[in-house]
Design a protein around this ligand. Structure first.
Ligand code: ADP
Ligand code: MG
Length: 390
């Protein structure tokens, strides 16, 4: 891997995390772990249809400083909240007082359930992954914590096992139903690569991202309403569509076969299924475009994804559309689309690197002029997955 100069943002974060550790525990941490946030480039609402997704890890991180302990206690400190929480590995309970600690507790629980013997630990965690913006701060905490236990306890588990156990922690301990995408990319991501994930087989492939482009994430700051109930009905409609088409999942029908038979489906189910079927194909086409270095074609597929999510799947909203439409007008933009479940949240944009700063400024201004909302805009690079740092 060509070494990139240390990211100044990560350097600052690791320095302050280390300082917190010294102040709190009166010693140097034994090691530091960084786990990135992530954004999905294309493949939206395909995961629960056994389809394909293409996330990328970004250069915003959760940093964990840690040292093993001789006893069975885990002491946690969340620097960003200035809160501490301690638990025993022999009796891992939920803590409703420090809800953030349930991610770490859940990971310890899942590792032990899988038969791993864990050491006690002293941990400080801090982060510049925005919280609750859809960049997956929660999975970054889980994967960083799992990696820290691995390091301290000398546990042999690979990136896939780590991802699966972190997902189990979020599903079963935290109580949040999520797919495998976030933990996979954060656990297995490589610098300057996206990760194609087959959500049925859980196979994955790294796909190089050509040099010279930035990933720009624009948070609409529109609070998501309705998202849970709409999400559940979409899932049911997809299942119903697959049943009517006689396939195990929408993953199993090609775009051509779907077009030939879509008239058999009731109108709403037809539209919603059309998005999923075409989106799966777009992910595969997007991977081929990246591999061929065809960034313009990749961007066109992102744009088509947005239109499909807006018109067929009907999960966009005025704010997401405004952010994307303003982006489409800018110089240097290759593609722009909503990302995440929809009805608010973020867009993801592929932008020529040298145009990114201007893009950020123009989109912020244009978006505010239309919506009266202040967006948050993050210019990112494709980053390495979880790792030890100095
Ligand atoms: P996201 O889309 O960012 O993953 P979630 O709601 O899934 O949003 O996870 C956010 C939760 O993760 C927070 O409410 C908090 O409990 C935990 N979390 C995120 N960042 C931090 C942090 N810097 N320190 C402590 N806990 C954090
Ligand atoms: Mg999350």
């Amino acid at each position: 891997m060509p070494s990139r100069p240390i990211d100044p943002r990560l350097h600052t974060l690791s320095t302050t995390t280390r300082e917190h550790f010294r102040r709190l525990y009166d010693e140097e941490p034994a090691f530091l772990v960084a786990a990135p946030g992530r954004v999905n480039l294309i493949g939206e609402h395909t995961d629960y249809n056994d389809g394909f997704v293409l996330p990328v890890a970004i250069d915003r991180h959760v940093v964990v400083a840690a040292s093993p302990r001789r006893d069975r206690f885990v002491r946690l400190y969340a620097a960003d909240f200035d809160q501490a929480s301690t638990f025993s590995l022999d009796d891992i309970e939920h803590d409703s007082g420090t809800r953030w600690s349930n991610y770490e507790r859940g990971v310890a629980w899942a590792l032990q359930e899988a038969g791993y013997r864990l050491p006690g630990m002293d941990i400080v965690l801090s982060s510049d992954v925005p919280i609750g913006s859809g960049l997956s701060s929660s999975a970054a905490i889980e994967v960083a914590t799992a990696f820290a236990f691995q390091q301290a306890g000398n546990l042999s588990l690979d990136g896939v096992q780590r991802a699966l156990l972190c997902q189990k922690a979020e599903n079963e301990f935290v109580g949040m139903r999520c797919g495998i995408m976030d933990q996979y990319i954060i656990s297995l991501g490589k610098r300057d690569h996206a990760l194609l994930i087959d959500c049925r087989s859980l196979d994955y492939q790294l796909v190089p991202i050509p040099a010279g482009c930035a990933l720009v994430v624009c948070d609409t700051n529109k609070r998501r309403g309705l998202v849970d109930s709409e999400y559940n009905t979409r899932r049911q409609e997809c299942e119903e569509g697959a049943r009517l088409l006689g396939v195990p999942a929408l993953r199993d029908i090609s775009v051509d076969a779907f077009r030939a038979r879509e008239a058999e489906l009731p109108p709403t189910i037809r539209m919603h299924c059309r998005h999923v079927v075409t989106e799966n194909q777009r992910v595969l086409d997007a991977v081929a475009a990246l591999r061929a270095g065809e960034l313009a074609q990749f961007g066109d597929l992102m744009n088509a994804s947005h239109i499909s999510l807006r018109d067929d799947y009907q999960v966009s909203c005025a704010e997401l559309d405004a952010m994307v439409e303003v982006a489409w007008e800018q110089q240097g933009v290759l593609g722009a689309r909503m990302t995440g479940a929809g009805f608010g949240g973020c867009t993801v944009n592929l932008v020529l690197e040298q145009a990114a700063a201007h893009f950020q400024h123009q989109v912020a201004q244009g978006y505010t002029a239309i919506t009266d909302l202040q967006p948050e805009i993050y210019v990112c690079k494709a980053e390495e997955g979880v790792r030890l740092i100095d």
